[in-house]
Design a protein around this ligand. Structure first.
Ligand SMILES: Cc1cc2nc3c(=O)[nH]c(=O)nc-3n(C[C@H](O)[C@H](O)[C@H](O)COP(=O)(O)OP(=O)(O)OC[C@H]3O[C@@H](n4cnc5c(N)ncnc54)[C@H](O)[C@@H]3O)c2cc1C
Length: 334
């Protein structure tokens, strides 16, 4: 039984882990992704952030690294690859949280919940192709764990950003790679673009641009070929494909938490800013998902909300106790 279940390992959730630890609260930090950092890790790890107080510039991935280092000593439990679905409030006011971890159900018990889910959980943007679901996990992949399975195969990569370009370069060493893009220009690191141009010029990667995918052809979940359509003149052609790797970025979905009975302000959870508590007793919300008058969706605001929420949780769990406010300079124990 944890004192707090923090849903979301983005910057707000991670800093809530720090504040919880400082206040002697035992926390579990849950995230759908296999790694911590939220948007910082999933969307812009290489970008510098300039508005973290007292840090003139820091790469998003370094911010995540530092946040993880800052909470290391509290030994909180991390449940990654874990999607939070719903909760049951017990008679003693504690929560049973139902999650899915690696396709199996897993229950987590906590006395309070801090929701720090940002814009929601990340999922791939699927190309609008009929029956694409039939091929997923067998012939169509949005993430690559083991590039060896592509050795000697016909691999079609779709997309025009960094992921499409980087994977085309990497897989060209071991597979027969084609890249499909709606435009003639890619948006990626300059050095990668140069490398891709060289691979195309030496026929190590085949370019189909400006083309879009029209249909997938195969049997069962095994892909054989993809029909492509020219964006300018609508002519079509078919390319052999054992695998399709679409890289069209990530979308964010609030998911089942939308149905928890929480009061929403469009896509955000309304909170009382003095405590960060939602309309459900014992459930708090912080970071991008939290809404109150004057809210700014900034990491630094998420940090402040994490502190307010954890102090509120401590008082909520110990209503009979009066706590003295203390600074980290006096309480922190290296
Ligand atoms: C390109 C870009 C640049 C940015 N630059 C800046 C900047 O310079 N300065 C700044 O202050 N802000 C910046 N931001 C915004 C900043 O990244 C967000 O404000 C911040 O990430 C919000 O943190 P969070 O912890 O609230 O949510 P998130 O970072 O969104 O993390 C939420 C986490 O919750 C997880 N989650 C969601 N649903 C579930 C579920 N049901 N079960 C389990 N886990 C779940 C998600 O997987 C995710 O990891 C930028 C954003 C982008 C996209």
């Amino acid at each position: 039984m944890y004192d707090i279940a923090i849903i979301g390992a983005g910057p707000s959730g991670l800093f809530a882990g720090f504040e919880a630890g400082m206040l002697g609260l035992k926390a579990v930090i849950i995230d759908t992704l296999p790694y911590a950092g939220g948007q910082c890790s999933a969307l812009y790890p290489e970008k510098p952030i300039y508005d973290i107080p007292a840090i003139p510039a820091i790469k998003a991935e370094d911010l995540t690294h530092n946040l993880l280092k800052q909470i290391e000593k509290f030994n909180h439990t991390f449940e990654l690859n874990t999607f939070v679905e719903n909760y049951i409030k017990q008679q003693d006011d504690t929560f049973i949280i139902n999650t899915v971890q690696n396709k199996s159900a897993k229950i987590i018990q906590a006395r309070t919940i801090i929701i720090a889910i940002g814009g929601g959980s990340f999922g791939p943007n699927r190309p609008p192709l009929e029956n694409i679901e039939n091929f997923e996990e067998k012939s169509v992949f949005y993430m690559i764990n083991n590039k060896e399975k592509f050795r000697g195969k016909n691999v079609v990569i779709a997309g025009g950003g960094d992921s499409a370009v980087d994977w085309a370069i990497l897989l060209s060493e071991l597979a027969n790679v084609s890249i499909v893009h709606r435009r003639n220009k890619f948006r990626a690191h300059e050095s990668s673009l140069k490398e891709l141009d060289e691979l195309i010029a030496s026929n190590k990667v085949t370019l189909h641009a400006p083309y879009q995918m029209k249909s997938l052809n195969g049997e069962g979940n095994i892909l054989h070929s993809i029909e492509l359509e020219n964006i300018n003149d609508n002519t079509t052609k078919t390319v052999d494909a054992d695998y399709l790797l679409p890289f069209f970025g990530l979308s964010m979905e609030i998911g089942p938490i939308k149905n928890w009975g929480l009061e929403f302000d469009e896509k955000h959870i309304k909170v009382d800013y003095s405590t960060m508590m939602t309309n459900i007793s014992g459930i708090f919300a912080i970071g991008d998902i939290a809404s109150y008058k004057g809210k700014l969706k900034l990491i630094l605001c998420g940090f402040s909300e994490a502190a307010i929420a954890c102090y509120s949780v401590r008082s909520f769990l110990n209503p009979e106790k009066a706590f003295h406010f203390e600074y980290s300079t006096t309480t922190f124990n290296k």
